[in-house]
Ligand binder design. Structure first.
Ligand SMILES: [Zn+2]
Length: 344
């Protein structure tokens, strides 16, 4: 009983771990059972669903994406087939699944008062460029709109740039650190490298766990050491999840998932930090929306709602009875913008 209790508390499975791909892997079904989830095949041998009253997880063989209550979240290692069942890396249970299903709620409540917005690129760095549109123009336009909405919601907002100026990447999180920001949100728009135009939808990045490769690893792999951002990576993941969910549900766009990267603007931030790729400038329809102020207002509202949803999880209003093991990623209702910061 003690062993099972310890395993549940740590998110470990009582099942035997198997070494696989140089990682410790455990059977998904055993982990699910130990954590009160019922497991069954959606497609025998290929796809497993694990459910309880409030949670639905879908795992696919050889895939690094898990669907958590309808939102895609990147794993660090693929789900692996083994003797008629599927295995999951213990590192992914510890750094992706457990922090979302069982966040360390109420143990360290933190008011969010100051938010640092980082409009990507600027000045000589145009970012993605399609026809006469530069990414730097639209990241700034979105940041200015978002600043206004966040201020109305009661937050203090600082910007890494408020004009078309060049700012070095390390200076961006450094500003947030220096000014004591509680959250760091970097804003970007995407483009496919080949200009292929069928890809659309937002994706939200947070720091890669120690010992893992990034979702889109570019010259940095599992050997990269711990970063400052890894100290608060669970909160960053929770923020990234709430953000992706809010964007996808409010804007009704395809979900490109919560992803992991050691981008320069993420790895040095000492507060929860995310990077939003708000959509694709290479998509014929989505690009026109990105260039449209009304759509950017909607996107800014979705970002505010994502922040408020995160805030409710990590810094609930007073006089709420403490609870543990509360699923943080349930529910599909759209969050409403409150007119003032509930923590103030
Ligand atoms: Zn960019």
């Amino acid at each position: 009983m003690l062993l099972i209790a310890l395993c549940l508390a740590s998110g470990l499975s009582p099942a035997h771990a198997t070494a696989f791909n140089g990682q410790s892997y455990v059977p998904l079904a055993d982990w699910a059972r130990a954590n009160g989830l019922k497991c069954s095949w959606l497609k025998r041998g290929d796809e497993i669903v694990a459910t309880n009253r409030t949670t639905r997880l879908v795992f696919d063989k050889d895939s690094r994406m898990v669907e958590i209550n309808g939102i895609n979240v990147a794993l660090s290692f693929p789900v692996a087939p083994d003797r008629g069942t599927l295995l999951i890396a213990q590192l992914d249970l510890n750094t992706a699944i457990r922090p979302l299903l069982f966040p360390p709620r109420f143990t360290d409540p933190k008011c969010i008062t100051t938010i640092c917005l980082d409009p990507g690129h600027g000045g000589k760095d145009t970012g993605n460029h399609t026809f006469w549109h530069s990414e730097k123009t639209y990241t700034l336009a979105l940041a200015l709109e978002l600043r206004s909405q966040l201020q109305k919601a009661g937050f203090n907002v600082i910007l890494t740039r408020s004009k078309d100026t060049y700012v070095d990447l390390p200076d961006r999180p450094a500003l947030a650190n220096r000014r004591g920001a509680d959250l760091f949100v970097s804003l970007h728009f995407n483009a496919t490298p080949t200009g292929k135009d069928e890809v659309e939808g937002p994706q939200t990045y947070c720091i890669t766990p120690v010992g893992a490769s990034s979702t889109d690893a570019q010259g940095e792999g599992a050997n990269y050491g711990p970063t400052a951002a890894n100290r608060v990576e669970q909160r960053s993941l929770l923020l990234a999840y709430q953000m992706e969910k809010s964007l996808v549900q409010s804007l009704r766009v395809p979900d490109r998932g919560v992803r992991r990267a050691r981008y320069a603007v993420l790895r040095d931030a000492t507060m929860p930090a995310i990077l939003i790729e708000g959509g694709y400038m290479t998509h014929p329809v989505e690009s026109k929306k990105i260039y449209n102020a009304a759509y950017r207002r909607q996107m800014a509202q979705a970002i505010v709602n994502g922040i408020l949803a995160y805030q409710r999880l990590v810094s609930p209003p007073p006089l709420v009875a403490p609870s543990t093991n509360h699923p943080a990623v349930t529910g599909t209702g759209t969050n409403k913008i409150s007119t003032k910061n509930q923590t103030q």
